[in-house]
Design a protein around this ligand. Structure first.
Ligand code: OGA
Ligand code: NM2
Ligand code: ZN
Ligand code: ZN
Length: 422
């Protein structure tokens, strides 16, 4: 079994250890549309082809590599992925070859290694293709290579944690300024699910600035960014001074926001501390301890509802499984917006909670003013204690949502840029 705590702690150490002294960064205007500072890496050729041969029976090309080992590529796959200008729009790295023009039963007339270390194929219709050795190696079909490439692209391996977690921490300004710091932030956000950023100014705008560092934020009915304050005629339980039980945000949307930023601009006089739980770990414990309940949460749809006016008027309805998509990829749990709709689903949501592995207290004590929590809203459940503000200084958090596609996109760009510059 994984040692969650030490894994999380090492992610945490990695974040701290990887900081580099600051250098002056571009202004926000310069960053627009170009949020990664270094140039994308052009990897040096690493792999050389020793020999190639066509296995006509299997309809595969076998490539033997200089360093040992070999890879097999189906004829049809090679023809489908021809990189020549007729078949590929190079400037977009997009396929031009229509499936109507692809002969899925194609044979192959000749295959050879060229002087510049490409695998060149002559097809029966006289079309030729030339494949770069590194390009082919990265697309090796072996099970191990495919597993590695999937992990490289999607980073689905997580560190599960419990109340022992030392929440990874990074400096807000450094994340804005330095690509290595930004990459470490996003890697920990993906792996651990939460990163505590310190040192943002205590005014509105920080969450939007950070979202711009990634790409763009996710607009919802609560606005581009939203102010968590005790408001008269609150259109959401979050906008009161009451306790918020553990929840994920916005299950009333079928596509709930993947990532959430919460910036503490002003803390409560008393109470208001926030806490978080690892929902994936919780689901894993439930799978082991109460498989029947786990199956229920993976299969029964719960109704969510949210009605009101904010950015504009809204009347949302959704049906969501508490543990979405069979394997654990998304938790939907919000008692406030769970609908009153008839049927057994009402019981289902509640059974997730008794098994949680313990929460971490994350922020909103007085010393956390200026701090920001960035976390995985598909994975973590978060809540806050009820609070009392001083008459002249109300508690105020500013929040924003992003989606995982944009966050992972920035992570991949930063990774290739940082590697290229290393
Ligand atoms: C929310 C929320 C936490 C807090 O607004 O959805 O969870 O500390 N807020 O107020
Ligand atoms: N807020 C904080 O699902 C929810 O209602 C979460 C959303 C109001 C934007 C709260
Ligand atoms: Zn071609
Ligand atoms: Zn919330």
């Amino acid at each position: 079994m994984t040692d969650f705590t030490s894994n999380a702690a090492s992610a945490c150490r990695a974040l701290r250890a990887c900081r580099r002294p600051g250098r002056s960064g571009p202004t926000s205007m310069q960053l627009r549309g170009q949020q990664t500072l270094g140039s994308a890496c052009v990897p040096l050729a690493q792999h050389s082809v020793r020999t190639v041969r066509a296995l006509d029976e299997e309809r595969m090309v076998e490539v033997e590599w200089e360093g040992g080992g070999h890879s097999l590529y189906p004829f049809t796959w090679l023809r489908d992925n021809c990189q020549c200008p007729l078949c590929t729009l190079d400037s977009a790295q997009a396929r031009k070859l229509s499936m109507l023009d692809l002969d899925v039963h194609t044979g192959l007339d000749a295959v050879e290694v060229t002087n510049d270390n490409k695998v060149s194929v002559l097809w029966p219709d006289r079309h030729t293709s030339a494949f770069d050795a590194d390009w082919l190696k990265r697309r090796c079909f072996s099970a191990a290579a495919r597993r590695a490439s999937r992990e490289e692209l999607f980073l689905n391996q997580r560190h599960y944690w419990d109340s022992e977690l030392r929440v990874p921490t990074a400096d807000f300004q450094e994340v804005l300024r330095d690509d290595r710091a930004a990459l470490d932030w996003l890697l920990a956000l993906r792996r651990v699910g939460v990163v505590h950023l310190t040192g943002a100014a205590t005014e509105r705008g920080a969450v939007a600035r950070l979202a711009e560092r990634v790409g763009y934020l996710r607009l919802t009915f609560y606005g581009h960014t939203w102010q968590v304050q005790d408001k008269p005629m609150a259109n959401n339980v979050a906008y009161t001074s009451g306790k918020l039980g553990l929840h994920t945000d916005y299950p009333a949307m079928h596509f709930a926001p993947g990532v959430q930023f919460l910036h503490c601009i002003s803390a409560a006089e008393e109470g208001g501390e926030s806490e978080m739980v690892d929902g994936f770990h919780m689901a894993e414990l439930l799978r082991r301890e109460d498989p029947e309940a786990f199956r229920t949460l993976c299969s029964v749809h719960v109704d969510f509802t949210d009605t009101g006016t904010d950015y504009c008027d809204f009347m949302l309805q959704s049906k969501k499984k508490s543990i979405a998509e069979g394997r654990v990829v998304r938790i939907n749990y919000n008692n406030a917006t769970r609908d009153s709709g008839a049927g057994p689903p009402r019981a289902a949501g509640a059974t997730l909670l008794p098994v949680h592995p313990g929460y971490v207290d994350v922020m909103n004590r007085r010393e956390n003013v200026g701090d920001m929590l960035t976390f995985d809203n598909w994975r973590l459940l978060h809540g806050r204690r009820d609070y009392r503000s001083r008459a002249d200084r109300a508690r105020h958090l500013e929040g924003a949502y992003l989606d995982w596609d944009e966050v992972m996109s920035r992570l991949r760009i930063l990774r290739s840029s940082v590697r290229g510059n290393a």
